[in-house]
Design a protein around this ligand. Structure first.
Ligand code: ZN
Ligand code: ZN
Length: 130
């Protein structure tokens, strides 16, 4: 199986069980679990927006980043930097988001208010510092 096919299969297998989420919360405040999940989701969103995979094209998080792939690439860069700073490895080098040029123009508007995101993270009882 080539890498793209592997990735497409991974998206289809894992997406229905996860809520796609790129948090609008400073990356340093995310717990390891949510940091890793965000990284995974950035790759999913990038693949969907770049290649149109799967049935998740209309998820608000996917729609939010449509036309903002360069900002998503920057979010990916920040996320990976934080993962590496915490001693984690960056596993996915799939030639999707890794090859997109970055823009620091700021993220597109959140589809859920930041206060609600904070409340959601608090309710999870994880180690996010929100
Ligand atoms: Zn990555
Ligand atoms: Zn967390």
């Amino acid at each position: 199986m080539d890498k793209e096919a592997w990735w497409r299969q991974k998206i289809l297998l894992t997406m229905p069980r996860s809520i796609m989420r790129v948090w609008d919360i400073p990356i340093t405040k995310l717990c390891n679990k949510h940091l890793v999940a965000q990284h995974h989701e950035i790759h999913c969103i990038a693949s969907i927006n770049l290649h149109g995979y799967g049935g998740f094209c209309n998820h608000p998080e996917t729609r939010r980043w449509r036309g903002h792939i360069n900002q998503l690439a920057y979010k990916h860069y920040q996320t990976v930097n934080e993962m590496v700073a915490r001693g984690m490895k960056h596993h996915y080098h799939l030639g999707t988001i890794d090859d997109v040029s970055m823009s620091t123009d700021g993220c597109p508007e959140p589809w859920q208010p930041v206060e609600q995101q904070i409340a959601l993270l608090k309710s999870k009882g994880c180690k996010c510092e929100v």
